[in-house]
Design a binder for this molecule. Structure first.
Ligand code: UDP
Length: 237
């Protein structure tokens, strides 16, 4: 059993703790829920536990599909043991259906199917409101090496194949999602989390939103929706 030590970082919804093994840290999912780059923050009871178990399930599915991830094991209800990576400060987004910032930016109608799916990079920087960037910014400013950028793109699309099917089989549309990668012993691996906090999921029949847009838009039933998604894909809560 790994021993939990001092807190290393505190993010908006998760905290990272050291362990007695330098190669591993503990990722702790809090109930804090934020939107609009941290402008709206609330505590949603059970969210930490739901997202921790949801993320563990998804990371295991991705690992089974050959995608390298940081996930090692659940530590307790709200915490997981993950590899201690050096994160790259970029967010990788894939969009299968138009929503959110894409619609605001380009005037595309919400719900438009995107074929082929669109890939976008954003800089992870709340003060700058996560601006959209491209490969040239990443290379020139040294946020990641070219080969690692290519790997992130390749893995992000691989995730799309696995997860669009996983959610479709459970009656949902994976509209879009955000991934973050890091380096562990020189290898690009998936980090951060995959949960309804960082993706858009719609019911395939009714198009009901089952993700963090319920929180962003004040629709209510946020955790109930996360739990419904978890139940439908077979996460045991
Ligand atoms: N996303 C995220 N964190 C961010 C920005 C976006 O998890 O800092 C996710 C978001 O939940 C959605 C996808 O990435 O699933 C695309 O988000 P978008 O660019 O449409 O931005 P938003 O409308 O959320 O501001």
């Amino acid at each position: 059993m790994m021993e939990k030590r001092q807190e290393l970082f505190t993010g908006k919804a998760k905290s990272i703790y050291a362990t007695d093994n330098d190669d591993y840290v503990i990722m702790s999912f809090r109930d804090d829920t934020s939107a609009f780059d941290g402008e709206k923050i609330e505590q949603l009871s059970r969210k930490g536990e739901v997202n921790n178990k949801f993320n563990a399930f998804i990371m295991e599915q991705l690992a089974n599909a050959g995608i390298p991830t940081h996930f090692k094991a659940l530590f307790n209800n709200t915490e997981s043991v993950v590899k201690n990576m050096q994160m790259m400060p970029v967010e990788c987004v894939v969009r299968n259906v138009a929503a959110g910032s894409l619609c605001r930016r380009l005037g595309v109608e919400d719900g438009t199917e995107l074929t082929p799916p669109i890939f976008e990079f954003f800089l992870k920087n709340d003060e700058l409101h996560d601006p959209m960037i491209n490969e040239y910014h990443i290379e020139t400013f040294g946020w990641a090496k070219e080969e690692d950028v290519n790997k992130m793109k390749e893995l992000t699309f691989k995730v799309n194949v696995v997860l669009t099917k996983l959610f479709a089989d459970a009656g949902m549309i994976l509209v879009d999602y955000k991934l973050e990668f890091g380096l562990f012993k020189g290898e690009v691996i998936l980090g951060d989390e995959f949960s309804p906090d960082g993706c858009r999921l719609w019911d395939a029949e009714t198009r009901k939103k089952l993700d963090k847009d319920r929180f962003r838009q004040g629709l209510g039933g946020v955790i109930e929706a996360y739990e419904e998604v978890a139940r439908r894909i077979g996460v045991s809560l």
